[in-house]
Design a protein around this ligand. Structure first.
Ligand SMILES: [Zn+2]
Length: 271
C-alpha cells in the first residue's frame, strides 16, 4: 500500500432488496458516475438512497433499484453507504465486478469542485491500490458499460475525454507515489494547468534539442510578459516536466524556465 486511506464518513445503508442485497463482491473495476444534476449536494443523494429507495420507492409504477458504494459531495466529503465487499446497484451489468462511486458536480457543464476532484482522485487511487488495479484502465465510466444511447454518465467525463484521461493519470500518479494528495490539480474547472510528473530517477532523462531559436518564459504561458530570454538552435536541455496546455504544450527545463513543446522548434531525445 502506498496511499493513505482517504477520510470516509460512514452512512451505512440497512440491508434491503432495493439497494443493498448483501451479495458478495470481489471488485476488479471502479466505476464513476455523476449524481445527475449539478449543484445538488451529495448528502441529498445519500439521503435519497438510504431513506427513500431503500424503503421501497415506486416511480412510473416500478420499484427503483439503486445505490452506490460511495457518494462524494461538493465539499469533498466522501460518504460510504455499502461495504466494498458487497454489491451495489449502480453500474448495471458491471455491478457484479465494479465499485460504484457517485460524484456531485457543479456548473452548467457538470464539472467538479476542487475539493470534489481531489477526493475523487484520492478515493479511486486508494480503491485501485488496495486491489492492485491499474487506474489507467480499471477506472471506468458508467457509459463505458451501458453505451452512450443509454446514458452519458458522468456527463463531464464522457464529453471531455482528455480530462477523463488526465483524471485517470492523476489517480495513477498518486497510486504510484509520484504525486501527493496536496499536488492534485483539478483539471476540470477551466483553470487547470495540469501537472505531469517528472521522470522517475531510474528512467532515462528526457531532453530537448533546440531546432530554431525560441523564447524562454518564467511561467508556463506564451505571454510577452513572461519572456525572459532566448535559447538558440543547437542547444540541448533537460526537461523536468511537460505542461499540458489547451494550446501548445510547454516543457519546464531543469533551470526552472519554460519553452514551447512544439516539434517545429524542439526535438525530444533521451539520454
Ligand atoms: Zn451513472
Amino acid at each position: 500500500m502506498t496511499i493513505s486511506k482517504p477520510k470516509i464518513t460512514e452512512k451505512w445503508q440497512k440491508k434491503n432488496k432495493y439497494g443493498r442485497p448483501g451479495t458478495p463482491l470481489d471488485y476488479t473495476k471502479v466505476a464513476i458516475h455523476y449524481t445527475g444534476e449539478a449543484d445538488v449536494k451529495g448528502s441529498a443523494t445519500v439521503n435519497y438512497f438510504n431513506n427513500v429507495v431503500a424503503n421501497g420507492c415506486i416511480v412510473n409504477g416500478k420499484y427503483v433499484y439503486a445505490s452506490a458504494h460511495f457518494v462524494i459531495d461538493l465539499d469533498g466529503t466522501i460518504y460510504q453507504l455499502i461495504p466494498i465487499d458487497e454489491r451495489c446497484y449502480c453500474t448495471n451489468s458491471a455491478n457484479a465486478y465494479a465499485i460504484g462511486v457517485e460524484v456531485a458536480t457543479t456548473g452548467k457543464d457538470n464539472h467538479y469542485t476542487d475539493a470534489t476532484y481531489k477526493a475523487m482522485v484520492h478515493l479511486c487511487a486508494w480503491l485501485c491500490d488496495r486491489k492492485g488495479l491499474n487506474p489507467k484502465k480499471d477506472i471506468i465510466r458508467h457509459t463505458d458499460v451501458v453505451g452512450r444511447a443509454y446514458k452519458l454518465c458522468p456527463i463531464y467525463m464522457v464529453l471531455n475525454p482528455k480530462k477523463y484521461e488526465q483524471f485517470r493519470l492523476d489517480c495513477y500518479n498518486l497510486k504510484a507515489g509520484k504525486i501527493k494528495v496536496s499536488d492534485i490539480i483539478n483539471c476540470t474547472n477551466g483553470k487547470g494547468k495540469v501537472t505531469v510528473v517528472p521522470t522517475a530517477a531510474t528512467a532515462k532523462t528526457k531532453c530537448v534539442r533546440i531546432l530554431k531559436d525560441v523564447n524562454i518564459h518564467n511561467k508556463a504561458d506564451f505571454e510577452k510578459e513572461s519572456v525572459i530570454g532566448k535559447v538558440t538552435a543547437g542547444g540541448a536541455y533537460t526537461v523536468v516536466e511537460t505542461i499540458k496546455r489547451s494550446g501548445t504544450d510547454m516543457y519546464k527545463l531543469k533551470s526552472g524556465v519554460y519553452i514551447t513543446a512544439s516539434p517545429k522548434y524542439v526535438e525530444v531525445f533521451e539520454k
